[in-house]
Ligand binder design. Sequence first.
Ligand code: ADP
Ligand code: MG
Length: 272
Amino acid sequence: TAALPLPPSPRVFTIANQKGGVGKTTTTVNLAAALARTGARVLVIDLDPQGNASTALGAEHRSETPSVYDVIINDRAMSTVVQVSPESPNLYCVPATIHLAGAEIELVSLVAREQRLRRALDAYLEESAGVGEAFHYVFIDCPPSLGLLTINAFVAAREVLIPIQCEYYALEGLSQLLNNIQLIERHLNPELAVSTILLTMYDGRTNLANQVAQEVREHFPVQTLDTLIPRSVRISEAPSYGQSVISYDPQSAGSLSYSEAAAEIARRGAPE
Ligand code: ADP
Ligand code: MG
């Protein structure tokens, strides 16, 4: 837990990949926990109706719990739904409940439907800074689709982090994702950039994993982090204890690799 540089203003990441099961939630939770452990103030916004990030961070998310749904659909202030994670006093979570499953449809008829998360988040970040509790990092965990919830995340963020699973078909769908991000950048959020690509579930014993890793690095030499996240049972066990792997098994390969990836992100800083 060496000291890392803290960003001068909050870095807001969307963790996106329309494929399910590639490590979005795992990456969100563990990078957030790793950065919080080094002293950064970190906010996780769970934007997936499944609520997996909420679970992993030990946040309450029963159906009656005030959540990101109330923020996006009912204009509720983010400060009134945020919870401190038992992981760390620096780590906060805006939980998702099952109500969010309907939001995709409800959003369609709302005014400024693409900007709702952005407005709520910007107000909360300003409010937090105003009372001397500024956040350093925000991570938005997206559902596995390119619908209005994910669009809200892209509009609220400055940086996109794409986790790529080191397996067959890893790059399938990537050009569609990049096209969508480009459309958002052109029409809704000129500040958006794919700043970070993280290779996950890496198994160095297979040629395939190495081929995928090499191919991704050729396509994205700047964005791809040097650190690879290995396939590890400890990583997959941690959420069932309501914990990140960072606190569940601090010395495991999974914990160390997510801590190293977090350090790389901190040292690189925000893109220009
Ligand atoms: P997504 O949010 O993209 O759907 P998840 O983060 O939920 O993906 O990961 C999908 C599944 O893979 C989960 O069961 C998770 O515990 C497991 N998993 C994620 N990363 C790893 C890893 N590095 N090693 C082993 N299992 C992993
Ligand atoms: Mg997920």
